[in-house]
Design a protein around this ligand. Sequence first.
Ligand code: NAD
Ligand code: DAU
Length: 344
Amino acid sequence: MKNILVTGGAGFIGCNFVRYILNCESELKVTVFDKLTYAGRLENLAAVSERFGARYQFVHGDICDAAKVEETVAVRNIDTIINFAAETHVDRSILDPDAFVKTDVYGTYVLLEAARKLGNLRFHQVSTDEVYGHIAGHRRSVEEDALAPRSPYSASKASADLFVNAYCITYGLPVTISRGANNVGPYQYPEKVVPLFVTNALESMPLPVFGDGKQMRDYQYVADHCAAIYLILKRGRIGESYNIGTGSEMTNLAMVEILLDELDRPHSLIQHVEDRLGHDRRYSLDVSKTLALGWEPDYTPEEAIRATARWYRDNRWWWQPIRDGEFKDYYDTVYGDRRELDLQ
Ligand code: NAD
Ligand code: DAU
C-alpha cells in the first residue's frame, strides 16, 4: 500500500480517515477523488493539505465517470482503492432515491471495474450496519447474516456489497468490506442527528425526535471507525466483511439527554415529530471479528456524543455557513410540515 485512492475523502468519515492514515504511514501518498456534493467540502481537508503537502492530492470527479476514474488510477499509479463515496442520508434517500442508485450502486461498480482492469487492485468498500436491516430482540448482526435493507439508502449500500463480493468471487479481486455503525465526530454534515441536534440546541431551536425516540443506535466516534478500517486494510482477510462499532447501542432519547447535558441546554427543546417512513427501530452489531484483529474503540458512545457536542460548540465557523446555505431548503422540506406528536 503506497498510493491509495480515497473516494469521498472530502466528506465526514473520508476526511477523518485521510488525516488518520497519513499520520500512520509516513511514506504513503493519498489521492482524494470527490465530486464535492453538498456533503463534500474542501475546507474539511484544508489542514491536511497544509500539513502533508504533496503526499496529499485532490481530484475533483464523479465515481460514475469511468474514464476519469480510470485515468486517475492509471496516472497516479494507484495500488489501493478505498470507497467512502456515497449518498449517505436516509431522509434524502426517502425524498429521492435516484442519486443513491447512481452513486452507491453504479459508482461502486465503476470503481470495481477500474480496480479489475488496471491490475487487480486492492479494494475496500466502506459499508454500513443498515444493510442488515432492523434487528429484533437482543440479537446482534454477524457478518454472515443475510442482508435485509429496508430504506432506499440501505438497499443501495447492500447492492454495492453484493457487487464487491461478486468481483472477489468471479474475478479474484482482493476485496474487504467494513460495515460501520453510526459515526459521530468533527466535520459531519449537520443533517445527521447528533450534529443536527447539537447545532439546533446551540441556536435554541427544537430538537425534532422522530416518533417515540426509542429507536436504538450504536454511536461510535469517527476516529475509532477510521482506526478499524486501517487495521482491516492491513490485517483483514481478503473476501471477508467486518462489523465496526462499540457493540453497545442506546435509544435516541438517551443520546439527546447526553448532548443536552453536555451543552447545558433545557430538555424542553425536545419535540417529538412524525416518524421517518420505514424507520428501522434497532441496529446492533457483533463486533468480535474486528476486535480479533487487535482493534478496540477508544470512546464509549456517551464519550463520543459528548466530544462531538464540544467540537460543534467550539467550531461554529465550520457549520454556520452550511446551515445558512443549501441546508436551509433541505430543513424546510424535511421538517417544515412535519406533524408534532403529543408524547410527552
Ligand atoms: P458524507 O455524506 O459526509 O460524505 C460523502 C462524500 O462522498 C462527500 O464528500 C461527497 O462529495 C462524496 N460523493 C458523493 N457522491 C459522489 C460521487 N458520485 N463521486 C465522488 N464523490 C462523491 O458521508 P460519510 O458519513 O462520511 O460516509 C462515508 C461512507 O461511510 C459512506 O459510504 C457511508 O455509506 C458509510 N458509512 C457512514 C456512516 C455514518 O454514520 N456516517 C456509518 C457507516 C458507514
Ligand atoms: O448506521 C449507520 C448509518 O448511520 C450510516 O450508514 C448512514 O450513512 C448515516 O446517515 C446513519 O443513518 P441513520 O439513519 O441511523 O442516521 P441519522 O443521523 O439520520 O439518524 C439517527 C437516528 O436518529 C435514527 O433513528 C433517526 C433519528 N432521527 C434522525 C434525524 C435526522 C431523529 O429522531 N430526528 C432527526 O431529525
